[in-house]
Design a protein around this ligand. Structure first.
Ligand code: GAR
Length: 194
C-alpha cells in the first residue's frame, strides 16, 4: 500500500510537480491523492488537475482573519481524502499550532536555504548579501517554530560570481526538485516499516 500524501501549495507548484512526477514510478512508496491551495489563483492547481490529481483551493480570503478556521477546513479536506502525510510545497502562509500539532511528525516542508541558516523569506538575496559561497535547500519536519523543525535532508549548491537572486534561485530549484521526492520517498518507506 502506498502512503497517501496531500500537498499544500500557494503558487506555481513546481515542487509539487516534481513530487507528482516521481510518484509515477511503480516502486514509489507514496501517491498524491489531493492538492490544496490557500489561494484560488495558484497556478499549481491547474498543473495538478492536468496530471489527473484532485486539486482545489480552500481560499484564505473566505475565512477573513480566522486562521484556525481556515486550517480546520484544510484539515477536514485532507482527512476526507484519507491523507496520511502532508507535503508543504511552496505553501507561503505560516501555520498555526492547530494544524502543526494535528499532523506532528507527518508534515514536511521544503525551504530554500541550508537551515538553520536563513529561515524566513527572501533567502537568495540574503545569502548573496551575506557573501556565502554555498547555498541550498532543506526538507524538514514542520514544528510550531517557523523553519525550525528537525532536518530530514539537505542539498547544497555553489553561489557563483555574478549570481543574482534569480540565477541562484534557479540553481536551488533544480536541487529542490531532486531532493524533495527522494526525501518524501525515504520518509514514507520508514513510516511504512515502523
Ligand atoms: C520553493 O523555492 C520553495 O522552497 C519555497 O517557495 C518556492 C515555491 O516554488 N518555499 C518557501 O520559501 C517556504 N518558506 P514552487 O511553487 O515552484 O514549488
Amino acid at each position: 500500500m502506498k502512503t497517501r500524501v496531500g500537498v499544500l501549495i500557494s503558487g506555481r507548484g513546481s515542487n509539487m510537480e516534481a513530487l507528482i512526477e516521481a510518484s509515477r514510478a511503480p516502486d514509489c512508496p507514496y501517491e498524491i491523492v489531493l492538492v490544496l491551495s490557500n489561494k484560488s489563483d495558484a497556478g499549481g492547481l491547474e498543473t495538478a488537475r492536468a496530471a489527473g490529481i484532485e486539486a482545489r483551493a480552500v481560499d484564505q480570503k473566505d475565512f477573513f482573519r480566522d486562521r484556525e478556521g481556515h486550517e480546520r477546513a484544510l484539515d477536514a479536506a485532507l482527512r476526507g481524502a484519507g491523507v496520511e502525510v502532508i507535503a508543504l510545497a511552496g505553501y507561503m502562509r505560516v501555520l498555526t499550532p492547530f494544524l502543526v500539532k494535528a499532523w506532528e511528525g507527518r508534515m514536511m516542508n521544503i525551504h530554500p536555504s541550508l537551515l538553520p541558516l536563513f529561515p524566513g523569506l527572501d533567502t537568495h538575496n540574503r545569502v548573496i548579501a551575506a557573501g556565502h559561497a554555498e547555498h541550498g535547500c532543506t526538507v524538514h519536519l514542520v514544528t510550531v517554530g517557523v523553519d525550525e523543525g528537525p532536518v530530514v535532508a539537505q542539498a547544497r549548491v555553489p553561489v557563483l560570481p555574478g549570481d543574482d537572486a534569480q540565477s541562484l534561485s534557479e540553481r536551488v530549484l533544480v536541487a529542490e526538485h531532486q531532493l524533495y521526492p527522494k526525501a518524501l520517498s525515504d520518509f514514507c518507506r520508514k513510516l511504512a516499516a515502523a
